[in-house]
Design a protein around this ligand. Structure first.
Ligand code: AKG
Ligand code: FE2
Length: 174
């Protein structure tokens, strides 16, 4: 797992290896191995979510996820404003969607269309929420501002023994 943001966020990958500094260039993890394949269950979830969203959005393209970034945010973990632009030029040009699945404590996803000036909009992400941005919105600036601590369900803990925090599964097609 990569450590970042003073250890308040940790990451690992399925499918293709991705690192904050080198993007997808280094296909081996620090342990010398390639990442495991993206689990079928994750792929099915992402595809079903895109199908549902396409009922409301005519211009949302389909995608087949070949990479999944798993991020664990501890309480008060955050992710600074950025664009997701390391995928292939074909994927970016076609606006193939990014699908982010949230598990655990609530977080605030912030975004805006351009880098400067415009006020940030926000969406609260609860456990079980799926956020999709694709098509015209594929290049939004976005980040995660605040991961709460008092929204973690007892049931989730009892069933999974997951640590207090937020797990996000972010699926993309390279
Ligand atoms: O944690 C999230 O929901 C967003 C993650 C994200 O923006 C990214 O991995 O690029
Ligand atoms: Fe992102």
């Amino acid at each position: 797992m990569y450590k970042s943001d003073e250890d308040r966020r940790r990451q690992m990958c399925f499918g293709r290896n991705w690192e904050p500094e080198t993007g997808y260039r280094n296909c081996y993890r620090s342990n010398g191995f390639k990442p495991p394949p993206v689990p079928h269950e994750f792929i099915s979830l992402a595809e079903a979510a895109i199908k549902d969203a396409q009922l409301y959005l005519d211009d949302l393209p389909s995608m087949y996820p070949d990479t999944c970034l798993v991020s664990f945010y501890k309480t008060n973990g955050r992710l600074g404003l950025h664009q997701d632009c390391d995928e292939s030029s074909d994927s970016l040009r076609r606006g193939l969607p990014v699908v982010s699945i949230s598990i655990g404590t609530t977080a605030i996803f912030v975004y805006r269309r351009t880098e400067h000036k415009r006020k940030l909009k926000d969406v609260w992400l609860d456990s079980g929420d799926v956020l999709i941005f694709g098509g015209k919105s594929r290049h939004i600036y976005h980040g995660v501002e605040h991961v709460g601590c008092n929204t973690f369900s007892d049931d989730l803990y009892l069933e999974s023994k997951m640590r207090l925090g937020r797990l996000s599964l972010t699926l993309r097609q390279f």
